[in-house]
Design a protein around this ligand. Structure first.
Ligand SMILES: Cc1ncc(C[n+]2csc(CCOP(=O)(O)OP(=O)(O)O)c2C)c(N)n1
Ligand SMILES: [Mg+2]
Length: 345
């Protein structure tokens, strides 16, 4: 059981950062702030109707991808799902190409053919996201097995949700990864919800780590809103996978601030999520907790914070207007990339 890890009130204090490299901490802060601001921009644009399709936003969950990505190389193979903008951004994906993809433009990460839920950035090791819940989990095991057969030290990462753990293919994938010793690190972002249903209505226990136990995969369960707790645990599991020790399983407990899809925070309220829970989780903000810790020891100041925000905001605005001006794909491109494998994608 998750115990107080799922109690937002228990984890609102600034992070413990003594002995940590300040430069690295500021990098983590920057990665999380970029994700947050890019997604806030997407929320605004979706509300205004500029974005035609749905966007599933991970605002509030930024610490997980930021912490995990710290140990990844561009030769690794990372897989996401329907809520994956921040998984790619934490790997360094160009947010202008992300914007272009979401707008359906030719310059998008998937040539404008996929939108928000079909992202692809192979040069940075992002091997794709798809909206079929659980769909990329076996692909991550396959990609890890390929790396192992190629005698490379690349690993794969499979980001999945607590809801995805209800898909049979996830359990087959965990079993196969263990039996084949595939170097996959499964990262379960347990935000306690699958669409509008709380985990207590869907599973007999609130912790998904029991599935790692069932398949004899080493696991860690952490506060997913503590970027350092995530990074420490991910570092251990990634190192184990990279050095031939087989799969690992990280359960990171978190919460999404917005509703299941798009910009509204209140669509889940009254279903199984209370307004007071949301209020408390917003105080367990992964960014504010790191920022407060840095400020307390004089490694960061409100002025530096404002400056970073201004800089990010400017580049986001610029990237957005470029993406808006970019061309649409041609009709031929549609036939070439969607209906035929001739041209590749
Ligand atoms: C196979 C499949 N079943 C159902 C859906 C509809 N669906 C989309 S997202 C989602 C919830 C997934 O929850 P979780 O894995 O916890 O991810 P989260 O949205 O919380 O990030 C569902 C049921 C789907 N896309 N694919
Ligand atoms: Mg979930």
């Amino acid at each position: 059981m998750l115990g107080d890890l799922k109690d937002p009130g228990a984890y609102q204090a600034p992070l413990e950062i003594s002995g940590r490299d300040p430069g690295l901490l500021v990098d983590l802060l920057r990665t999380m702030m970029l994700s947050r601001m890019v997604e806030e921009h997407l929320a605004d644009q979706r509300r205004e109707g500029t974005i035609g399709g749905p966007v599933h936003l991970g605002i509030g969950q930024e610490a997980i991808a930021a912490g995990v990505s710290q140990f990844l190389r561009s030769s690794d193979r990372v897989f996401g799902a329907h809520r994956s903008h921040y998984h790619a951004l934490a790997l360094g994906t160009d947010f202008k190409a992300l914007f272009a993809e979401i707008l359906g433009k030719e310059t998008g990460l998937s040539k404008g053919m996929g939108g928000s839920m079909h992202l692809w950035d192979e040069p940075r090791g992002f091997y794709g996201s798809v909206p079929i819940v659980g769909g990329t989990v076996p692909l991550a095991v396959g990609a890890a097995l390929a790396a192992k057969l190629q005698a490379s030290d690349a690993i794969s990462v499979s980001y999945l949700g607590d809801g995805a753990c209800e898909e049979g293919v996830v359990h087959e994938s965990l079993n196969l990864a263990r039996v084949l010793d595939a170097p996959t690190v499964f990262v379960v972002e347990n935000n306690l919800f699958s669409s509008h249903m709380h985990i207590s209505l869907r599973q007999p226990s609130d912790s998904t780590a029991r599935f790692a136990v069932a398949h004899e995969i080493p696991f860690e369960v952490v506060d997913g809103n503590d970027v350092l707790a995530v990074a420490d645990a991910a570092g251990r599991l990634i190192e184990q996978a990279r050095s031939g020790g087989g799969p690992g399983f990280l359960e990171a407990v978190t919460y999404r601030w917005l509703g299941h899809v798009d910009w509204r925070a209140d669509i889940d309220v009254g279903v199984a999520r209370s307004e007071s829970d949301l209020k408390q989780w917003r105080l367990r903000d992964p960014i504010a907790r790191l920022r407060a810790a840095l400020e307390a020891v004089g490694q960061w100041s409100p002025e530096e914070d404002k400056e970073l925000e201004r800089e990010l905001s400017e580049s986001i605005e610029e990237a957005w207007s470029q993406a808006m001006d970019d061309p649409w794909p041609s009709d031929e491109a549609l036939l070439k990339y969607v209906y035929s494998s001739e041209g590749g994608a």
